[in-house]
Design a binder for this molecule. Structure first.
Ligand SMILES: Nc1ncnc2c1ncn2[C@@H]1O[C@H](COP(=O)(O)OP(=O)(O)O)[C@@H](O)[C@H]1O
Ligand SMILES: [Mg+2]
Length: 252
């Protein structure tokens, strides 16, 4: 379980996270929603110890991340960041191999190679393995980054807006994969999404942030209610049942 206890992170006068207490990881897939600037990426950065909180603690399976050696943390938690500033002149295979680094320390074992091949295969990247990242479409590149995260083989997988730059078909492919990671690989996935309906269709639990605070936290049926959604988005939202699943309509 990932537990945030009274976590605050400020940038100047802005509290990107404002006294957040939250546990994550009790279900397979948790979706994190909220408008731009709500603090979603900051939450991932604090959990992954990429930035230090000003107050509060984060523990993973009872262990304070501030006192966890980096190599232990990297074998427990993988974070797909929203902006990947990674060298474009890297091949798909090199990138996925990079995901094994916390385990291999640069010397690949047979087991490391198995993980790399399995991740490449799982994301249908075999034909693209020797391509450079800047020779891929946005969707292919996103899949390569997800394969890197998969090769890291961590219990916790945090994905920050993995649907960015993807068309509808690739969005549903990534969401199905996320579901499989939880259901078949036993991973605990926390994923930042923008679309309420993707969250409702694929996640088990939805947490909404606004202004650095948790404003809603419920299972899908508890979240997909007009009163709850109107509160979060400050505008009327209709919820319809289609094939027994809730679908939100939020155009004016
Ligand atoms: N490195 C930074 N320096 C200054 N302000 C930042 C930095 N990172 C985030 N912020 C601010 O913190 C708030 C939360 O940002 P962020 O966590 O990126 O939100 P989200 O991912 O939900 O869009 C925003 O007001 C943003 O401008
Ligand atoms: Mg963000």
């Amino acid at each position: 379980m990932i537990a945030l206890d009274h976590v605050t992170k400020r940038y100047g006068n802005t509290a990107a996270l404002d006294d957040v207490s939250l546990t994550l990881g009790d279900v397979g897939v948790t979706a994190l929603l909220g408008p731009n600037g709500a603090g979603k990426s900051t939450l991932f950065s604090v959990v992954g110890r990429l930035v230090q909180a000003d107050a509060g603690t984060v523990t993973i399976d009872g262990r304070d991340v501030a006192e966890t050696p980096s190599s232990d943390l990297a074998r427990t938690l993988a974070v797909l960041r929203q902006d990947n500033h990674i060298a474009a002149r890297l091949t798909v295979h090199d990138l996925v191999e990079f995901g094994r680094f916390p385990h291999s320390k640069g010397r690949l074992t047979v087991e490391d190679r198995d993980h790399i091949e399995r991740a490449l295969d799982y994301l249908d990247l075999e034909p693209l393995r020797d391509r450079f990242l800047d020779e891929l479409s946005g969707g292919q590149r996103q899949r390569a980054f997800v394969a890197m995260i998969l090769a890291q083989d961590t219990r916790y997988v945090l994905l920050d807006e993995p649907l960015n730059n993807l068309d509808l078909r690739h969005m549903t492919e990534i969401m199905r994969l996320i579901r499989q990671l939880a259901d078949e690989w036993g991973k605990t996935v926390i994923v930042v999404l923008h679309d309420i309906n993707f969250a409702a269709r694929y996640a088990d639990r939805i947490v909404a942030l606004r202004d650095g605070r948790v404003v809603a936290d419920a299972d899908v049926s508890g979240f997909m209610r007009p009163d709850v959604l109107a509160d979060i988005y400050d505008s009327p939202v209709e919820v319809h049942q289609i094939d027994g699943k809730p679908v939100a309509l939020y155009y004016e």
